[in-house]
Structure formats: C-alpha cells, structure tokens
Write a protein of this length. Structure first.
Length: 389
C-alpha cells in the first residue's frame, strides 16, 4: 500500500503547539514560527494534589504526574515570552484523574498492565487539551506536538473501500518512534494534527536546539507517568490484599504483597528464592494469585484483543497479515489477524480479534496494546485481553 506524507503547516497558518517544557515540543514551536506560522503554545496542567507530595528531586523531574509540572509551565511561559508566542495553560486535571490515574489503578488491581501514555494521548492530550483550547475561542488550522511520528494518507482506499483517511506512520528516527503511543487517535482528529519532527532525528533536534540556544535542550528527558516514589502512595487509597505466589503446578512458593505490585515478565522484587530464574508468568486476579515460571514458559503463540480501533472505523473484511508490536520496545513481528468468536464464559469489550504470531513472543501482557502496521503505517490496534499460550 502506498501513502503520501501530509504537508506541514505553511506560512500564515495558525498552529497550536502542545508544549511540555522539553526540547522536542519547544523546538517544534520554534520551527513552526520560523516557517511563518502564527504559533500558540498550550500546556496541560494535570497535577491536582490528590496524593501527598514527596519532596525528592527525582519525583519532581522524572514524572508527568507530579507537582513538578509547575517548573515545566514556567519553562514554557519563559520561552513563549521570549519568542512573542501566545501561551495558555489548560487545566485538564479532572479528565486526567478519571481517564489516566483511575484507569491506571483499576487495571493494576485487575491483574492487568496498563499503558497510561496511550490513554493520555487519546483522552487528554488530543482530547481535553483541544477542548480547552476551543473553550477559549481559539481557532486554529493545525495542532502540533513534538512526537516522533508522521501523518500520511493512503493513495488508494483502505480495506477494499474508497476511504483515504489520515493515518499515522513511523518516524524517520526509528529509535525514537512514538507511534505505538498514538494508535488510538481517531482519523478525524488526525486531519488537523501534524508532527514537525517527523523527518528529523533526535541528534538533529539537539543540534538545532543548541544552535538556537534553547534552555530546554539542557533539561532532563525520559518522563514516566509517575515517579517510582509515588507508586505506593498512589495505591494507598485502598489496602493491598496479600496472596499466594505459586508455580505452574500450583505449588505455593511464597506470598505477594498485592497483585497491583506485579506485572507479566517481572523478575526483580518477587521475594522468592528458587534454584532457577523465575518470572511472573500470569496474574490471577479472581483468585488473588501471582504465578511464577521459567523464562521459556513466558512465550506465547498469539493473543486475543478487544477495544479495537481502525482508521475511520473501517474494519478489514477478511483475515489480514500485518506486522504487530505488543509493547513500545518490542520488535515488530508478522502475524495474522482475524475476528474471534468468544467461547462460553468469555467476555470482551466490543468485538474481539485473534492475532497469531509468526514467531512466538515473550511476556505478552493483558492490558497492554497490540498495534498493527502495514509498510510502517498503523492500520489498527487493540487492548490485549487474553494470551494464547
């Protein structure tokens, strides 16, 4: 399938840039201004003080959800003032708590492994933030962020139709590609979304930022959803329920401190001494069990996924083959995708799809996402519900 990269905003266009205070979004705003666009900066305010503040440097600087966001806001405000760019802070804390924080806790307590970044992009960054901009009566031609991704349009229709929606393609710098986090964005939103760093490498970003003397280039990167120091505090609203740690034969190996503290593939912090390397192979929320197994037992031949999204909501009409990723850092592997008929006792959120890998995959985790690619373009994706051992 052939695709055409969509043009970036041109001189005279009004562009809202989602700014975080980091080098990527800051350079994005600068590059668009240099193109002659009218740039408006916007930063999400997510911190609501709902959990006690921990006074550590790491917790402040390395997490999206932390009181340290005020430092990011001040950084953005300073840059926009220097560049004569209109700037706004949009309060999205209520939406963030519901769509990301509450979701995060619920998933872990259900024995699943959530992906808060995917949830945030769909409902907050490309949802609540844009609604906040519209409430300010700001009219814009495009919304841009510093994500490493591309917006493309197929030359011919998708899945046997005449429809040619905007779709997301991998960035030129594959080592920084962030498309996995963006797969749930609806096609109608993508029509006005552009990623100016699509064809720029991270090395080039730092070079351009240094040449422009951007202070953001000297700031720490790699933000997690929440600092490790905050994890226990976040879950302190309900007491953890300890339970048994067992092996594949059901033998009790020890006690766990609550299933929300474990995820598939985990090895460290298990508190169990065995004569072989053991990993979390499964989490049984119904019976409050954590199952350990040797590394080889973590391999899977496929999975069942639900809550699927497709470009412009157009599903394939027959079994398809695509490259799939089961987590951000995983290597894409070829797989077949077809509708799945639920068996007795099985429940899914919407239509379920069966995905069978050409090569076995390790540590497939329910709650994470499986994203489908065709020629480096996202053609769909869903939430992993069950693992095919």
């Amino acid at each position: 399938m052939e695709y055409i990269a969509q043009d970036l905003p041109k001189a005279g266009d009004t562009v809202v840039v989602g700014m975080s205070g980091g080098v990527d979004s800051t350079l994005t705003a600068l590059l668009l201004k240099q193109r002659g666009c009218k740039v408006i900066g916007a930063t999400m305010s997510m911190w609501d003080g709902s959990i006690p503040e921990i006074k550590t440097e790491k917790a402040v600087k390395d997490a999206c959800f932390s009181p340290g966001e005020q430092e990011d806001i001040e950084q953005c405000k300073k840059f926009c003032a220097e560049q004569n760019i209109e700037y706004h802070v949009i309060d999205v804390s209520k939406e963030y708590k519901i769509e990301v924080v509450d979701y995060f806790k619920k998933e872990y307590r259900s024995g699943r492994t959530p992906n808060p970044c995917i949830r945030c992009n769909r409902f907050v960054k490309f949802g609540a933030l844009l609604r906040g901009i519209e409430k300010l009566n700001i009219k814009y031609d495009y919304f841009c962020t510093g994500h490493y991704a591309k917006i493309v349009r197929p030359v011919t229709g998708i899945f046997g139709t005449d429809n040619k929606p905007c779709m997301i393609a991998t960035a030129t710098d594959i080592t920084k590609d962030q498309t996995y986090f963006l797969y749930r964005l609806p096609s109608e939103i993508l029509e006005k979304v552009r990623f100016p760093l699509a064809t720029i490498t991270k090395k080039e970003v730092f070079k351009l930022a240094d040449e422009a003397n951007l202070s953001a280039a000297k700031r720490a990167e790699s933000q997690d959803f929440i600092g490790a120091e905050y994890f226990d505090v976040l879950f302190s609203d309900k007491p953890s329920v300890p339970g048994n740690i067992i092996d594949l034969d059901g033998k009790i190996l020890g006690r766990h401190k609550g299933i929300e503290h474990y995820t598939i593939g985990q090895r460290k912090g298990l508190g169990v001494a065995l004569n072989y390397p053991a990993y979390v192979q499964a989490i049984d929320a119904k019976n409050n069990l954590v199952v350990l197994a040797p590394n080889d037992a973590l391999n899977s031949s496929g999975l069942i996924a639900d809550e699927f999204v497709w470009p412009q909501n157009i599903e394939p009409k027959e079994k398809i083959t695509a490259m799939v990723k089961i987590r951000l850092a995983s290597r894409p592997v070829q797989a077949t995708i077809e509708p799945y008929t639920p068996q007795e006792g099985e429940e899914f959120n919407g239509k379920a799809w069966k995905i069978v890998f050409q090569e076995q995959q390790r540590a497939v985790a329910p709650g994470q996402s499986v994203v489908l690619y065709n020629d480096d373009v996202i053609i769909g994706g869903g939430i992993i519900s069950k693992v095919i051992k």
